[in-house]
Design a binder for this molecule. Structure first.
Ligand SMILES: CCCNc1ncnc2c1ncn2[C@@H]1O[C@H](/C=C/CNC(=O)c2cc(-c3ccc(F)cc3)cc(O)c2O)[C@@H](O)[C@H]1O
Ligand SMILES: [Mg+2]
Length: 214
């Protein structure tokens, strides 16, 4: 049986990073993915763009779809303003278990709630369960064909407000064509593409930032 890649990534964090130091956790994961095993984290290059958008929005309420090992969760949570809170949805229990330990190693467990389950099941219950009125920021990084249905669900549930910022990973590689067409054509969004590269590679990829106009 042996270990899984997320478990090996977690071990690299525990061996290389300093407890409570989120920068060292991010660096340990990037080192692992560059020199040991590639993994589908947003990475350092696109991560720098993610950082700048999160810093600009400075969200009190943030949502992440697809936690995986918690790399982007740590990147977002370390930049939240006082009182800021991040909910991250992850439907694979093994990934969620690894992510919780990565987030704890970074010392960010008080700002983050890892919610185990499917985004489509959970989104309609976020208000009643977590007392969320609406989200200031949403990071999409789960299954690519779910980006579009899930933002439509967020709209229907009234969880987006005038000015909510959506940031979507992988809009080029693997690609999210139906999502891109929707946010770029809809009168309800102001969209902008940030060109970059697929994590830890030279392949083209990028992030799409879309502001909900109501
Ligand atoms: C049925 C449940 C649907 N709703 C869901 N709700 C909550 N979490 C969900 C989820 N779907 C998937 N997830 C989780 O999101 C994560 C999935 C991410 C999918 N990401 C990718 O496929 C991806 C893939 C690549 C990639 C690019 C090039 C390549 F050659 C190989 C891979 C790069 C990336 O940056 C990626 O993000 C997992 O942790 C999964 O368990
Ligand atoms: Mg991704």
């Amino acid at each position: 049986t042996g270990t899984t890649r997320p478990q090996r990534l977690l071990r690299a964090v525990q061996e290389r990073a300093t407890r409570g130091d989120s920068e060292s956790v991010i660096a340990a994961i990037d080192h692992f993915c560059r020199h040991q095993e590639w993994a589908m984290n947003v990475g350092d290059e696109k991560g720098f763009i993610l950082d700048s958008v999160v810093s600009e929005v400075s969200p009190q309420t943030a949502l992440e779809l697809g936690t995986y090992c918690g790399y982007s969760t740590v990147r977002i949570a370390r930049l939240l303003p006082p009182g800021g809170h991040l909910i991250t949805l992850e439907f694979n229990p093994n990934y969620a278990a690894v992510a919780r330990q990565v987030i704890a190693w970074a010392g960010l467990e008080d700002m983050v709630q890892v919610v185990e389950g499917a985004s489509g099941d959970w989104i309609p219950h976020l208000r009643e369960h977590f007392g969320i009125e609406s989200f200031d920021f949403v990071f999409l990084d789960h299954w690519k064909e779910l980006y579009l249905p899930d933002i439509k669900l967020l709209e229907e549930c009234g969880l987006l407000r005038k000015g909510t910022v959506l940031l979507a990973d992988n809009v080029v590689c693997p690609g999210t064509p139906d999502y891109l067409e929707y946010v770029r054509k809809s009168q309800s969004y102001e969209s902008h593409y940030f060109g970059s590269h697929l994590e830890y590679t030279r392949a083209e990829d990028g992030l799409e930032k879309s502001v909900y106009l109501g």
